[in-house]
Design a protein around this ligand. Structure first.
Ligand code: CA
Length: 229
């Protein structure tokens, strides 16, 4: 599990980092909002700890921009008197918040809870996945668009399933390569581009829909298709 910690108080950041690492999490730190957003958008994190008062870009603004493309769990770190921040953060789609100063045990418990909720959500949708007119059934390995069946290779299916299960989450090429391809695959990240092109040729182009979106400089995301059902 990989956590991004966006916190400009370096002493606090280092302390939290050490505790998280002790618990077995991988941790990366960002000390300002702009850098934090860049790292958050890389799509490689399982959870983000986000301070609100940050230089360059505030935590709430970071969250607002992040939520346009990613549903990664976010726990906000807020000041004691930051009630408006908490409300704004939760409205913007933060999963939880913790008030500074906090006990590390409480933070760890909230992290576990947020990660558990995501797993439960994922398990609840373990069957058929739908994005607009596109439906994917993992048990029969059928993909249909507006009820019409599409023939995919195993790799195409696996890539599409992964993207659809992470709907609206921008996935970097590295992340896709790591999670969809075998560990010993060394064909480079352009394999991802090639397979996205195959999928678009079979789905987007044939049915004249926009399912797989390119996010320039970041990667790919599947979004609900618009139009007829
Ligand atoms: Ca701060």
């Amino acid at each position: 599990m990989k956590i991004l910690l966006v916190e400009d108080e370096e002493k606090l950041a280092r302390f939290v980092e050490l505790e998280l690492k002790y618990e077995g999490y991988e941790v990366e730190k960002a000390f300002d909002g702009r850098r934090g957003l860049e790292q958050a958008l890389s799509g490689v994190f399982d959870l983000i700890l986000l301070d609100i008062m940050l230089p360059e870009l505030s935590g709430t603004e970071l969250l607002r921009r992040l939520r346009r493309v990613s549903q990664v769990p976010v726990i906000m770190l807020t000041a004691r008197d930051g009630v408006p921040d908490k409300v704004a953060g939760l409205d913007l789609g933060a999963d939880d918040y913790i008030t500074k100063p906090f006990e590390i045990e409480e933070l760890l418990a909230r992290i576990r809870a947020a990660l558990r909720r995501r797993e439960t959500d994922a398990a609840a949708t373990d069957g058929t996945v739908t994005c607009g007119v596109v439906t994917l059934d993992p048990s029969s390995r059928d993909v249909t668009v507006s009820g019409e069946r599409v023939e995919l290779t195993k790799r195409e299916f696996d890539l599409l399933e992964y993207l659809m299960r992470n709907k609206n989450v921008v996935m970097s090429r590295d992340k896709l390569l790591g999670d969809v391809w075998d560990f010993d695959f060394d064909g480079g990240t352009n394999a991802v581009d090639v397979y996205v092109r195959f999928l678009r040729a079979k789905i987007d182009d044939v049915f004249n829909i926009k399912l797989i979106h390119t996010v320039r400089g970041v990667g790919y995301a599947v979004r609900d298709t618009e139009g007829a059902t």
